[in-house]
Design a protein around this ligand. Structure first.
Ligand code: OAD
Length: 236
């Protein structure tokens, strides 16, 4: 029997893990912004049609997230990285709260709201200023529009990040799925791949998801309560 610290574990997180920090989820009641839902705004088409509107939404989210702090669930995942020999954290979140909690290796499937990149040239930057001085921001190298370095609906995920996530999932013995509605691909397929490879699947989510019926263990509680408890039990 392997010691707990030798078991390969993967955690996949979604917006729900940041809910207790005050970040609204996408599909929850607070997901709307000025009557727009995120699926309408987080697209290249919306950005090309109305960059001011899309940037106003991101500026609002940046401001909101800047005021949020990591919660007990983020901190537990940071502790897991420190204490497990083989731990991979995969997130759909762009808020940077995992890093703020101390996680050093985070596979960000959907990018990061604190990075900006040029829509024309290779310019990229990390910028935590809130508010941004100019909206929409322009590239200092070529003057084209900058966009948030996040993945929009209809766009491909960063190949290397996704490959690293697939590799970790194929080898894991325990897969934790925390705070995601498990509706958006390809992230939603990662737990199913883990299952196919005989991993144990643990879901932490106050609501039912399409994954719930497949999970070996379902904790119907907020992540900030359930995850620290689950981790203590796992270590025993
Ligand atoms: P969703 O908003 O779809 O789902 C959030 C999930 O978190 C729901 O299943 C809630 O029940 C759950 N939840 C709420 N509060 C929670 C808490 N305190 N603890 C644990 N779980 C809680 O967010 P995601 O699944 O992350 O993509 O959405 C996936 C992707 O769709 C996002 O990354 C984004 C979005 O549109 C892009 O922008 C590309």
């Amino acid at each position: 029997m392997k010691r707990f610290s030798q078991q390969p574990v993967v955690a996949l997180t979604g917006a729900g893990i940041s809910a207790e920090s005050g970040v609204p989820t996408f599909r929850g009641d607070e997901g709307l912004w000025r009557d727009h839902n995120p699926q309408e705004l987080a697209t290249a088409t919306a950005f090309h049609r109305d960059p001011e509107l899309v940037w106003a939404w991101y500026a609002w989210r940046r401001e909101l997230i800047a005021a949020c702090r990591p919660n007990a669930a983020h901190k537990t995942l940071a502790a897991m990285e420190r204490e497990l020999e083989d731990f991979t954290l995969v997130t759909q979140n762009v808020d940077g709260l995992h890093q703020a909690a101390g996680s050093q290796r985070v596979l960000e499937l959907h990018g990061n709201i604190w990075r900006l990149r040029c829509t024309r040239c290779d310019y990229r930057t990390e910028d935590h200023s809130v508010p941004l001085p100019n909206l929409p921001p322009c590239c200092p190298a070529c003057d084209a529009l900058l966009r948030p370095d996040v993945v929009w609906f209809g766009e491909s995920l960063p190949r290397q990040v996704l490959d690293a996530a697939w590799r970790a999932v194929v080898d894991c013995q325990t897969m934790l799925v925390v705070g995601t509605s498990a509706l958006v691909e390809p992230a939603a397929s990662l737990p199913l791949l883990a299952l196919r490879n005989k991993s144990r699947l643990v879901e932490i989510n106050p609501s039912e998801t399409p994954l719930s019926e497949h999970a070996h263990q379902v904790l119907r509680q907020p992540a900030g309560e359930a995850l620290p408890r689950w981790w203590s039990a796992f270590k025993k």
